[in-house]
Structures are given as C-alpha cells and as structure tokens.
Write a protein that binds this ligand. Structure first.
Ligand SMILES: Cc1ncc(COP(=O)(O)O)c(C=O)c1O
Ligand SMILES: [Zn+2]
Length: 407
C-alpha cells in the first residue's frame, strides 16, 4: 500500500497532511470549503503489470482490497465488500449491469464506509456520526460494530424499514428525523462538537471517495482493462461518480488501462428530486436546493449535494449527461428487469435502466453501445417501499378452525 502523500483540496488546491483526521479544506477561501482528495506517490507503480500488482490471494485483501496498491496504508475493517459481479443483459447487446447488491449491507455504500471506518480506527476515533438517506447509515452501523466504534445515525423517519432495522440491530444510536438528509446534516453539524463525534458525511471527509473509487478500478478490470463507452450512475450525493472518475485519472497515471476515451458519465436522478439535472440543463456550476424533494428511490432524495460542483465538472469533462426519470418510469423499469432479466433492481438501479431505455428510445444511444449500468443496491432492501409503490399488500387468508380443515 502506498503512503498517502497529502490531501488535496478540490477547490483551492491546498495540500493538507493526512497524519491527523481531516474533514474539508481548512485553508479554503471558498464557500463551501472544498472536499479533500487523497493523493499518493504512484511512481513505483508506473508501467507495472496490473495482473502482477492487483492481488486477492490473502484473506484480508479480498474484494475491493485487491486494489490495496492504490489505497491508503491501513489495516482494513472488512466484511467482504467489493468485487461484485457484472452481468450482461439478456436483451440489450451492449448493456452490462454491475450488481452492487452483493456487498455487505446490500449496497455499494459498504465500499465507502469500509474505507472510512478503517481510517477512523487507524486515527483512534471513537464516535462517528452520519446523516444518511438510509443505506450509508446501515453500512456505517455495520462497519462501526465490526470496528468497535460508536455510530450516531440521523436519517429521515420514512427510510425503508430495512435501514432502520439494520441500524438498530447493529447497535447504532439512531435518530429518525422528520425531514430529509439535508435536515439530518444540519443536526449533525449542530451537535457534533458537543457529542464528540467525527462527521463522516458525504464528501466532508476524504475516505468514502477512496472506497467508492474501487468501483472504477473494478469495472475496468472486469471489462478487460478497457473503458466502456458510458457509465450510468444514480446520483444522490455523487460519491460513486466522483470516486470512479478519480479511479480513471489514477489508472491513466499508472498506465493500467488500455488507451481509449474515458467513459461518458451519465448521472441519473428522479424527477422528484433532480438538483444536479436542473443545474446541468441550465449550465450552472452548482445546484440549488430542490424544494419538497420526493421520490421512492430514497437514495436519490438529496436536495442539495455537497459535491454538486465536482459532479457537474465531471459530467462536462466526460461529455456526459445528467437526466431525470419519473418514479413511474423507475417502477416500470424495475418490473421490466425483474420479469425479463431475473434481476430485482433497487429503485435507484432502476432509475438507471429507465434512463438507458430513454436515451436509446430518443436515439442518443444505440442498444449496442457498450455501457455499464450501476445497480447500486437490491430491491430486497427496499421491499416495503417497492411493495407500496406496486400497491401490493399481503393477502389476508381466510382462516378456518383446524378441526374443520381436517375433516
Ligand atoms: C442504493 C443507492 N443508490 C444510489 C445512491 C446515491 O449515492 P451517492 O450519494 O453516492 O450518489 C444511494 C444513496 O443513498 C443509495 O442508497
Ligand atoms: Zn481549499
């Protein structure tokens, strides 16, 4: 594992030390202060053969930790995250689906939180707090339990029941909030000093991006060290999209990816909460707060992402797109993929399949274009929410006395 050279501000370029825990840039002349990227000295890896460097032969270094050569030098808190399967669509020639539901806690959030909690343990932090749309909370609760660290969780009171259940089961301290993730973030900010909590919010510490960047390394390795033409990503706070783009930069710097154009990054949101799409369409550099955010894809209910500027830059630089789909489109695509592909997508994953179909229908993409779609979770984690969207209730069976049934 390479030592961390420094942490770099994504806005003003200041370098900070990683010897102690950092949040966002402390020297920033900008508001809000820039998120920090972890920078390494990769000189010893340049020109190396990835097949010799990337290695999962030892138990501690399986899954996403196979990329330890490009991750911080830390003793991992691991539950088996990463190295998720990619399957090819049965119907669309160019479509590959990355199934992140096989991660611990059932979503891709495991990657970011595995890394952030590993670093928290490394720094000796004892109490972590997170505002969450649901799945990051579950992942933090699990990794904190594994690391023997306290987790303080703030999430909307109407999160899928699985998120509430898992946090309680893992022994986290859970507060359900009558509001959205933005309200939860405000509460964490107000109470963290008094609580002695380290704030592990999206893009307000440097390591969740490092965990999520493994998705970029992985998809390139799984596709034969080659880029697809486009990557479709359901964007809430945007950590995955940002992490993958960082991975592509690093892969090129090291020389592990076959020369070719980087993928177009396609950010998908629900029309009930689409601040990044609105900013993209108006050419703005940042988003504005989306009022009355509402969608059954709960991971996409982020009315004003902290990393909006970085996401919009990446979309631009990659010649990508931000587009929204309605909750009806999401539900229809979810049912379509369940019935015709045998895959029970998470609502967020189904936003991406819906967006892909939309772009194919509009002739912006061809069905044969080689694209990678992220199913960031699994429908099973959102069982109550999807059942409600489908109007499905458990049928009430007629009960008869047992004796009557025996005669
Ligand atoms: C299943 C799922 N997909 C996508 C997202 C959006 O992720 P990000 O905030 O990294 O953009 C979330 C966030 O909660 C999620 O739970
Ligand atoms: Zn700065």
């Amino acid at each position: 594992m390479p030592p961390i050279a420094f942490l770099e501000c994504t806005r003003c370029g200041t370098d900070l030390s990683a010897d102690e825990p950092q949040t966002v840039c402390t020297e920033c002349p900008n508001q809000p202060a820039g998120s920090l990227y972890v920078r390494y000295d990769f000189s010893s890896l340049k020109g190396s053969d990835p097949l010799r460097v990337v290695d999962d032969s030892s138990t501690n270094w399986r899954g996403m930790w196979r990329y330890k050569a490009v991750l911080p030098d830390v003793d991992p808190v691991t539950l088996g995250e990463g190295w998720t399967p990619i399957i090819k669509s049965k119907r669309f020639e160019g479509v590959y689906l990355k199934k992140e539901g096989t991660n611990p806690t059932g979503t891709f959030k495991a990657r970011g939180l595995a890394m952030a909690v590993s670093m928290a343990r490394h720094y000796g932090l004892e109490k972590l707090a997170v505002p969450s749309a649901g799945n990051a909370a579950g992942a933090l609760a699990a990794y904190a339990a594994a690391a023997g660290i306290e987790a303080h969780i703030f999430m909307p009171q109407d999160v899928p029941i699985a998120n509430y259940l898992e946090c309680v089961a893992y022994g986290a301290k859970v507060t359900l909030v009558d509001g959205l993730i933005s309200d939860c973030a405000r509460i964490v900010a107000e109470r963290k000093v008094e609580g002695g909590w380290f704030d592990i919010s999206t893009l307000k510490e440097p390591f969740r991006v490092e965990g999520k960047k493994t998705m970029g390394y992985e998809l390139v390795e799984q596709l034969g060290w080659e880029y697809p033409e486009a990557v479709f990503y359901p964007a809430g706070g945007g950590v995955g999209l940002i992490g993958m783009w960082k991975a592509f930069e690093e892969l090129e710097q090291i020389g592990w990816v076959k020369p070719g154009k980087r993928p177009r990054m396609i950010a998908v949101q629900s029309s009930g909460c689409a601040p990044v799409v609105r900013a993209f369409q108006s050419g703005a550099r940042t988003s504005t707060m989306w009022e009355n955010a509402s969608t059954f894809a709960s991971g996409l209910r982020v009315p004003k992402p902290y990393g909006d500027r970085i996401m919009l830059n990446i979309i631009d630089e990659s010649d990508g797109l931000a587009l929204s789909v309605t909750d009806d489109d999401i539900l229809n695509s979810l049912k379509d993929w369940a019935q015709n592909e045998g895959v029970f997508l998470s609502p967020e994953g189904a936003s991406v399949t819906a967006a892909h179909s939309k772009l194919v229908t509009e002739g912006i993409l061809s069905p044969t274009d080689r694209v990678l779609l992220f199913n960031t979770g699994s429908g099973l984690k959102d069982a109550d929410v999807i059942a409600e969207a489908m109007g499905l209730q458990r049928p009430i069976l007629e009960t008869r006395p047992v004796l009557e049934m025996l005669t």
